[in-house]
Write a protein that binds this ligand. Structure first.
Ligand SMILES: NC(=O)c1ccc[n+]([C@@H]2O[C@H](COP(=O)([O-])OP(=O)(O)OC[C@H]3O[C@@H](n4cnc5c(N)ncnc54)[C@H](OP(=O)(O)O)[C@@H]3O)[C@@H](O)[C@H]2O)c1
Length: 242
């Protein structure tokens, strides 16, 4: 069976993608950080789909851990075909407010770790598909989550560069979600209120993202594409949707 590597696979979007891939017959190598208990539940649920799943604890802010992760997975799984880079932080600090810790952690976790994971995937796996989870903010200029936006814009560019450099052996694409899940700890009416700023006046759901993932997996001629799943939010004026 083919194996998919999913970072941030224990909870929320990463979890939904890992479970979806398991239902499609992928064995799953799931990287988690702080969600140890939840990752155990996710892993059990994935195994119920009849596939192998193994969890790996790791802190992707530590670049040596990021660099060695693909090698570790390959000791356990020999037919890796997909890497989904979903792990990220999302810290609300504009440029002036940005703490040094936020700057370093965010660039390490959201950009440098995916960079190293992608490089190692190319060097050691050299087939299949990489999908980087971005954000519709990459198309706009909203400074409220400043380093986050910088990291995702750079990851978008990296996605496009890698698609050109590696297209013959590894396709590389991105998914740029818009309003899908409320930030953790947000009030219950968050999505409903925020949806008023989206051109469709709706929010998306997990299924919308899973369909985007399916499309990127199934269409072998799509490479270097950034699939926006955002109800058109990226087309709204900067500042309209914070
Ligand atoms: N939610 C949305 O509507 C939305 C919109 C646009 C873009 N996105 C993007 O979609 C992706 C998933 O979003 P989400 O909302 O599901 O994420 P989330 O709830 O914020 O979860 C963050 C994920 O990153 C992992 N992570 C955090 N710090 C880590 C570290 N130091 N090392 C390794 N892993 C770490 C977490 O693992 P643990 O829980 O194990 O610590 C968790 O799985 C992200 O790339 C995000 O930017 C989401």
């Amino acid at each position: 069976m083919p194996t998919a590597i999913v970072t941030g696979g224990a909870i929320r979007i990463g979890r939904a993608m890992a479970l979806h891939l398991a239902r499609k017959g992928f064995d799953i190598a799931l990287l988690y950080h702080s969600s140890a208990t939840t990752s155990e539940e996710t892993i059990q649920e994935i195994r119920l789909q009849g596939v192998q799943c193994r969890g790996y604890a790791g802190d992707l802010r530590k670049l040596d851990e990021a660099e060695s992760f693909i090698g570790k997975v390959l000791q356990d799984f020999d037919n890796v075909e997909l890497l989904v880079n979903s792990a990220a932080n999302f810290i609300q600090e504009n440029i002036e407010q940005t703490r040094l810790e936020t700057l370093v952690d965010t660039l390490n976790l959201n950009l440098m770790a995916p960079y190293l994971l992608m490089r190692e995937y190319k060097r050691k796996v050299n087939k299949g598909l990489i999908v980087n989870i971005l954000d519709e903010r990459v198309a706009r200029t909203v400074p409220t989550f400043a380093v986050y936006s910088v990291s995702k814009v750079a990851l978008k560019h990296l996605t496009e560069l890698a698609a050109v450099e590696w297209g013959e052996s590894v396709r590389v694409n991105g998914i740029a979600p818009g309003l899908i899940l409320p930030p953790q700890g947000a009030p219950p009416d968050y999505l409903e209120k925020a949806a008023k700023n989206v051109p469709t006046r709706t929010h998306g759901n997990m299924n919308d993202l899973l369909k985007a993932l399916d499309y990127l997996m199934e269409n072998q001629f799509v490479n270097g594409e950034i699939l926006f799943v955002d109800g058109g939010a990226r087309r709204t004026a900067d500042g309209e949707l914070q």
